[in-house]
Design a protein around this ligand. Structure first.
Ligand SMILES: [Fe+2]
Ligand SMILES: [Fe+2]
Length: 191
């Protein structure tokens, strides 16, 4: 498992509990975004068969997460919120932009591995500390899935690109990600 360089403080869980519907709406928005991002990567690289197959599966799984979170919202008498942009993700995507198609693939694979790792960290925190036992169990389950996605993105990066390119990027992006996370005010949001 990748080691993140900024740890989410425990107070974050209390914020989520206090504004659970807002958090679930943000979580739902994130699930549909990562589903679309995985599908986009797949269709932009049709020549890479393993990548296509695995990322189509990831995209479906993220969409299933989206549906599950929608169910959690409906159970609380709520629905989806407005899909406003995620500043953390926007900052990171801007920092890794490049016109080179292959380099762009490599960079997104490495970044997405780290973002999935962040999802794992935060879902695991909820799984451990939420007072609502059923919701906590749900987040433990989601955490397992994000851990798998983290490993998958990293495996794809290492399969298609030289380790000499992957490892320094991973190191650099872990710093970028920690910085982007630290820059976010602590909020009832996934990032
Ligand atoms: Fe997910
Ligand atoms: Fe994921």
């Amino acid at each position: 498992m990748i080691r993140l360089r900024h740890e989410t403080p425990r107070e974050w869980v209390a914020l989520v509990e206090r504004e659970l519907v807002a958090f679930l709406q943000d979580h739902a928005a994130n699930e549909q975004r990562v589903s679309r991002a995985a599908l986009t990567l797949a269709i932009q690289h049709p020549e890479r068969e393993t990548l296509v197959r695995e990322l189509v599966d990831v995209s479906i799984e993220e969409l299933e997460h989206f549906r599950q979170v929608l169910g959690l919202l409906e159970a609380r008498g709520a629905g989806l919120g407005r899909d406003h942009p995620d500043p953390y993700m926007r900052t990171l995507m801007k920092q890794i932009a490049t016109p080179d198609r292959e380099e762009w693939l490599l960079r997104r694979l490495v970044l997405f591995a780290i973002v999935e790792r962040r999802g794992y960290e935060r879902f695991a925190l909820l799984g451990e500390h939420l007072a609502d036992a059923q919701l906590a169990a749900h987040y433990r389950e989601l955490a397992r899935s994000e851990a798998r996605h983290q490993a998958l993105y990293l495996r794809l990066a290492r399969q298609y690109f030289d380790g000499a390119r992957v490892e320094p990027l991973l190191d650099r992006y872990l710093d970028l990600e920690a910085e982007a996370m630290r820059a976010q005010p602590l909020a009832p949001a996934l990032h």
